[in-house]
Write a protein that binds this ligand. Structure first.
Ligand code: GUN
Length: 291
């Protein structure tokens, strides 16, 4: 069994991105600029945006955070988005989710210019992705593909079972893995799937992205399978300084011995997601997707 080390892959890609940024700057271009919109006081969102700022600095990007009170109206927020759409000093921006209940996440997502949608959540980007056209890929699926690439994990002709059908992980990763170049045969399982255990047990590659802690047990995993665990459930713990710990969707201790490769939680897929945001921002600065 080989452990997939997300931090190591993320560091390697970060170094590649920094080199690219240096080249742009040496050629006289300004640094790529990512803006994050943060609404309200959600603690986790503040932490995530802080990580994004730090990573931007490490990659040589410019980063800005626009903070708004949780009472901002939907209309005002849409106006702020329009300003960023038209601001030539901004290459890409994200609106950190979740948003307060009175604001429609769908309207906000669709208000972002697809050319600057470095989260890859706009339907134009998802549609282009599904059709195999160049697009900004969503962070977690792209992070998973980077891990498979880094470890030279064979995918062509392999049976891949994706557990979960969310818009940000299950649907896109299932779609990407059957596209040319990856060439998996993909099954998507969800809460209404019959004989789920039997489906998963046939998989050469399992992507666990259903959001139920420790759902995947050893009896569901074929000997030699590749297991990618996307789950991050926070549970209280008296053994950590923070008072909580993270659990994946896979029962790691019993599943790991059966695997050829497995991602730990934390330290597997997690560190990769931020790198995908950096990759997309660099692509935006270089006008790689839309010209
Ligand atoms: N909230 C949790 N993850 C994400 C993400 O990838 N993008 C945005 N915009 N919000 C999030």
């Amino acid at each position: 069994m080989e452990l997939i080390k997300g931090e190591e892959v993320a560091d390697s890609l970060k170094a590649d991105i920094s080199k690219e940024v240096r080249k742009l700057i040496d050629a006289g271009q300004r640094a790529p600029h990512l803006v994050a919109i943060l609404v309200g006081n959600d603690g986790a969102s503040h932490t995530y945006v802080g990580h994004k700022e730090k990573c931007c600095n490490e990659c040589g990007f410019r980063s800005s955070v626009l903070k708004f009170d949780e009472n901002i109206s939907e209309e005002e927020l849409l106006q702020e988005i329009e300003k960023l759409n038209n601001d030539n000093s901004v290459d890409g921006f994200i609106v950190q989710l979740p948003l307060p209940k009175h604001i429609s996440e769908q309207k906000v997502t669709e208000a972002i210019d697809p050319k600057k949608d470095v989260d890859g959540f706009h339907p134009v980007n998802t549609g282009r992705m599904i059709n195999g056209l160049p697009s900004y890929l969503p962070a977690t699926p792209d992070g998973i593909l980077e891990l498979l690439k880094y470890y030279n994990i064979a995918t062509a002709g392999k049976k891949c079972v994706v557990i979960g059908r969310s818009n940000i992980v299950g649907r896109p990763i299932a779609n990407l893995l059957f596209q040319k170049g990856w060439d998996c045969t993909v099954t998507i399982c969800h809460s209404r799937t019959a004989n789920l255990k039997e489906e998963v047990a046939q998989a050469d590659i399992i992507i666990a992205a259903l959001g139920i802690a420790q759902f995947v047990t050893a009896d569901m995993v074929k000997e030699g399978a590749v297991v990618i665990d996307v789950g991050i459930t926070r549970i209280p713990s008296d053994k950590t300084k923070s008072g909580w710990k993270l659990l994946g969707d896979v029962k790691f201790d019993e599943v790991a011995p059966k695997c050829s490769y497995i991602t730990p939680v934390p330290g597997g897929v997690g560190p990769m997601t931020i790198i995908s945001l950096m990759k997309n921002t660099l692509k935006a600065a270089k006008k790689e997707i839309y010209g």
